[in-house]
Write a protein that binds this ligand. Sequence first.
Ligand code: MG
Length: 389
Amino acid sequence: MRITDIKTAVVRGNFDWVLVRVYTDEGLVGLGEAYWGAGVEAAVRWLKPVLEGENPLEIEWLFSKMMRHMSGGNSQAGTMVAAVSGVEIALWDLAGKALGVPIYRLLGGKYRNRVRVYADSHHGAKPEPSAWADRAREVVAKGFTALKFDIDNTDPARFLEPEAIGLGRAWNKSNLRPLSAAELEHMVKLVAALRQAVGGEIELAIDAHWGYNTLDAIRMARAFEPFHLMWLEDPVPPGNWEAMARVTAATTTPICTGENLYTRLGLRDLIVNQACDILQVDIPKAGGLLESKKIADMADLYFMPFAAHNVCSPVGTMAGVHVCATMRNFYLLEFHAQDVEWWHDLVIREERLIQEGYIAVPEEPGLGLELNEDVARAHLAPGFTYFEG
Ligand code: MG
């Protein structure tokens, strides 16, 4: 079996999902998804000459070949790695179909029959404790047992009424200005309202989206300690594991980070220095399934749980399910599309993908799903074709 072509389709959900198909001379086609972003779709097509004529089952070697092709040496980050990740996932789908087994089987077999999902819930309709509590109850009513809210509720146009919470001035997270006492107190009220609304059985995570300086991140994490969060995510900007380590060491609130990093080399410092409590990796961005499995294994040496960041369509999400099923230290997989009503309809499966906050690990060959062509075409992003050319 030889690879004959690679084609793409970009479907517009809450992100522009970059779907990838790898074609072969035997008629088998593999389906994958790369993390969204400018230039990713073009980078996927750029990989076509690297793969044409190759045996699609030599996945690890093809991964190295694609990574090598991306730069003079070995590209370790960015759009190019996201593109390689999407192709790598399509190769696993192809391999599973060719061999008649689900992907998880090819990655070493599974630790679990279903994968727990947490629901990214953004925030309440207003930056007020009662609105946040309402939103939390609404999400729990859908069957989710773990939720994430965004605490950096500071976009003036969308969310913040500075006068309402005593800030007096608008800001955005690009200036890392110090956190006022009023704002910190307000954040604590929001988190307290969440915990009171859902009780102790529901897991709660808070995402800070890299918005705070190191000392403020520590103040915030300590202030949240009474609410026993599942984690506080990205309290300081990415890239400096030593600053993250300082936050992690200063609080009992678990610190989670990693969604901006790529490959084993990119995640290594966080892991070996134990700079966070929970490692978060975006699988179709950081290098695909096998690279993520290797990252998880490295984290497992330090008994560090692996949480999967995920903003994908059902295609990339299901790819994550397969590899997460094989990780000893797997914790949770993100679901980021509560507000996309047709998310489940993008693929054809007998059962609804997410049920009661879990996704069952499929037993069908490959990913275990196919695209619903009508739904995908109906939501094609402007300027892109449906697997043509
Ligand atoms: Mg995040």
